[in-house]
Design a protein around this ligand. Sequence first.
Ligand SMILES: [Zn+2]
Length: 272
Amino acid sequence: MGAMTLLAVFAHPDDEAFGSGGILARYSEAGMDVHLISATRGESGKITDPDIDPATDVGTLREQELRDACAALGIHEPHFLDYHDSGRHERTRYDDPKALLNVDELEIEAELRPYLTELCPEVMLTFDPHGIYGHIDHIRIHRAATAAFWSAGGVVAEPPRRLFYSAMSRERMQRVQAERPRSPLADLDPGLYGVAEEDFAVVAEVAPWLERKLAAIASHRSQVGPASSFANARTDRDDDAWRSMMSRETFTLGGLRGGFPRGPVDDMFAGM
Ligand SMILES: [Zn+2]
């Protein structure tokens, strides 16, 4: 049998880093094939670092940042679906037909199918149903990845066996809200957007891979600059509270073919 394969499916460069960078680095280091699909290049992101020329093309810049992040995590080069970042609030791209919010979810699902056929991942990973904080692109890619997981059965020779959702506990969400009042989590109801601690299928302590994860976060330089809500994600590398928060990654179960140990366990591949 060849190496096990994990396929992570997210919407923007940097979606992989905060919630799952540690576990991606861990599986890569264990010799698994770890692939990442980003549906967009994060074109609507703001440049939050004054040292970056504001005239820089954001999509090109963030594509390179994601390549750097994947290198830091030790995973394969990212795959891009070529959709566009829908943006948020007053920057929402209602008029862009390639913006993820304007694309039929079935079309996104169909774009994912060849990756399932060719990479044969045993495990898939995407956002939880609320996209952590409700970003429309996160919800779109959650739905498309979930649909692709299920529609692969009987069609793809070796359909994925487990689908996990990157999810945040209510307690963690409240803590982020208290410590980072400008983050996208501000003003959200943790009772809706967070999940119960006992519902996690996998709780991973990723301290041994923390330096790789923090390097991946720092690779998203345009997004963690002084003007961002994660302004200190770079300087915070020595902050014990931040390190402890980033050392724990939590996942719910989104789909299953075959059994799964009674959770929570610390390994997505447990028992396989
Ligand atoms: Zn995102």
